[in-house]
Design a protein. Structure first.
Length: 262
């Protein structure tokens, strides 16, 4: 290695270590490039992770990326590599993200192969209005990973949705979704079992319940209120109607039928 190359490596490694963002887990390479007055790709080529003591992040295939990481990788590849990327290009992308280049390839391949359709966008909007969490939405709507689905949904503007509807000749979706929809009987039973762990009804760990069931905290709270109202209404009806105990309808179905009769 030439002396100039060694000096460049030492300079890049030193400045990169100074501009390492612990919260994001990667360097601010734009600032490094500006500080050294060198092109960004040249800085990445001269960077030596071992010499700078900056270790790449270990992200398994099941680990979700943050939206900031996905946006940074997408912007970097589109800005610097407009043609088909080589293996050396992906190595530079891995250094930029401080992630192994194989993980970057897998994430970008998943993002590029994912296609947002008007039907899927409308379905996701319904699930979001109903208070479902992203892992639950993925299990109901598509087999895509939650981070890719969330990024694609957040970056899809209303104008783009209108263009997709015109392209696929889809009618405009009508959103008439409330928080008590998209709940199954098993989820209701699971919610009741979890709430039974808190005898006094106070100090309920809604974060734990939300992650366990797959609905947002507000949706779980609202569902608890509906179930309590349904239970109270059923008890009052059973006390006034002797034949009510023979009903086979579920509490939710009975509550809905009662509202319809009213």
């Amino acid at each position: 290695m030439h002396r100039s190359s060694i000096e460049m490596r030492n300079r890049v490694s030193y400045v990169a270590q100074r501009h390492y963002d612990v919260r994001r887990g990667r360097c601010d390479w734009e600032t490094v490039s500006h500080a050294l007055q060198e092109p960004l790709l040249a800085c990445l080529s001269s960077f030596d992770a071992i010499h700078s003591r900056i270790h790449p992040r270990r992200i398994s295939g099941d680990t979700e990326w943050s939206l900031d990481d996905i946006a940074a990788l997408k912007q970097f590849t589109e800005s610097h590599f407009r043609t088909q990327m080589t293996s050396d290009d992906w190595v530079l992308a891995g250094r930029y993200m401080n992630i192994t280049h194989s993980d970057c390839i897998a994430k970008m391949w998943t993002l590029n192969t994912f296609q947002m359709t008007p039907q899927l966008y409308s379905q996701i909007s319904e699930f979001r209005q109903a208070g479902l969490l992203w892992p639950t939405i993925c299990s109901k709507a598509t087999a895509c990973s939650p981070d890719i689905l969330r990024f694609a949904y957040s970056t899809t503007s209303k104008d783009k949705v209108q263009k997709l509807r015109r392209k696929y000749n889809c009618p405009k979706a009508q959103f008439r979704i409330s928080k008590h929809q998209h709940w199954t009987e098993d989820e209701d039973k699971h919610l009741t079992d979890l709430l039974s762990q808190f005898d006094n009804g106070r100090d309920i760990d809604w974060n734990y319940i939300s992650k366990t069931i797959g609905h947002s905290k507000n949706a779980c709270r609202y569902r608890r209120i509906l179930l309590m109202r349904s239970q109270k209404s059923r008890e009052v009806s059973q006390s006034s109607s002797p034949d009510m105990s023979s009903r086979s309808d579920s509490p939710l179905v009975y509550a809905a039928s009662k509202r319809l009769r009213a």
